[in-house]
Design a protein around this ligand. Structure first.
Ligand SMILES: NC(=O)c1ccc[n+]([C@@H]2O[C@H](COP(=O)([O-])OP(=O)(O)OC[C@H]3O[C@@H](n4cnc5c(N)ncnc54)[C@H](O)[C@@H]3O)[C@@H](O)[C@H]2O)c1
Length: 251
């Protein structure tokens, strides 16, 4: 079966758009016809990423924003609407384990509360802020798909990064709530929960039943399938584990 994905005429916002799966989602959506807004705190990275998409002949804009702050999130969503007319797709890819990013290996009992707060803000609050900033436009023009990123860590727990696991498992509730809110308005929402993905070489060390980590495209192609109304149009409110069998009891 040939699967043709076509996002011609649609506008997509990808958070975490300077690297990893946020960037790859933006690249693939643009190559499939969407006008793409990449959002990231990394100014050099996000501007370079958008420029490279344009050099391939597709449409993309880079926006610098820290998703922890609603005024910056709202400005990014407004820019997308002003420049491209609407928002059809929101890929909430921004995130990361606070323990890794802040190189903080203290036990939770000793962890700096600021780091816990950062973990919740970047992995949960920022996604809610982006949904808040985009959903009105989606409801008004009767079309939208919102993809949230959970993680296998949210399913199995993570003693080393409790805020990350908490934020990622909360994405189920966010996704179901937005799916309920949007269902009568052709606005869908799904959550994907990756196991280890090779956006960083170190992820190869995380065990899975099938004996390897995922290539980023293996996750992103599934996201594009969910976003495409022809293929994914019946799928909403659901969370999808893409973990190479890591959560199987025996392997
Ligand atoms: N890579 C994995 O193995 C894996 C596994 C499970 C879940 N995930 C989740 O998938 C998503 C994408 O992961 P990835 O590995 O592709 O990400 P990545 O680390 O490559 O990219 C994350 C991006 O978010 C940006 N960012 C960080 N803080 C920000 C802020 N405050 N405001 C705006 N941008 C900010 C970073 O600059 C970076 O470009 C994340 O939510 C991650 O938690 C990843």
């Amino acid at each position: 079966m040939q699967i043709n994905l076509d996002f011609t005429g649609q506008v997509a916002i990808c958070t975490g758009g300077a690297s990893g799966m946020g960037l790859l989602s933006g690249q693939k959506l643009a190559a499939s016809g969407a006008k793409v807004v990449l959002v990231d705190i990394n100014e050099e990275g996000v501007m370079k990423a958008a420029e490279e998409i344009r050099q391939h002949g597709y449409e993309a804009t880079g926006v610098v924003a820290d998703i922890r702050f609603y005024d910056q999130v709202e400005a990014a969503a407004k820019l997308a609407i002003e420049k491209y007319g609407q928002i059809d797709i929101l890929i909430n890819a921004c995130g990361g384990a606070s323990a890794r990013i802040w190189k903080c290996h203290d036990a939770f009992r000793d962890r700096d509360p600021e780091i816990i707060s950062w973990g919740i803000d970047v992995n949960l609050k920022g996604a809610l802020y982006f949904i808040r900033a985009c959903i009105g436009n989606m409801l008004d023009h009767n079309h939208g798909v919102i993809i949230n990123f959970g993680s296998v860590s949210g399913e199995e727990g993570s003693a080393g990064c409790i805020d990350y696991a908490a934020a990622k498992s909360a994405m189920h509730g966010v996704t179901k709530s937005i799916a309920s809110l949007g269902a009568k308005h052709n606005v869908r929402s799904c959550c994907i929960m990756p196991g280890p993905v090779l956006t960083r070489a170190a992820m190869a060390n995380m065990k899975t039943a099938i004996g390897r980590a995922a290539e980023p495209w293996e996750i992103v192609d599934f996201i594009l399938y969910l976003c495409d109304d022809t293929h994914g149009g019946f799928i909403t409110g659901s969370s999808h584990l893409l973990d190479g069998g890591r959560l199987l009891a025996q392997f």
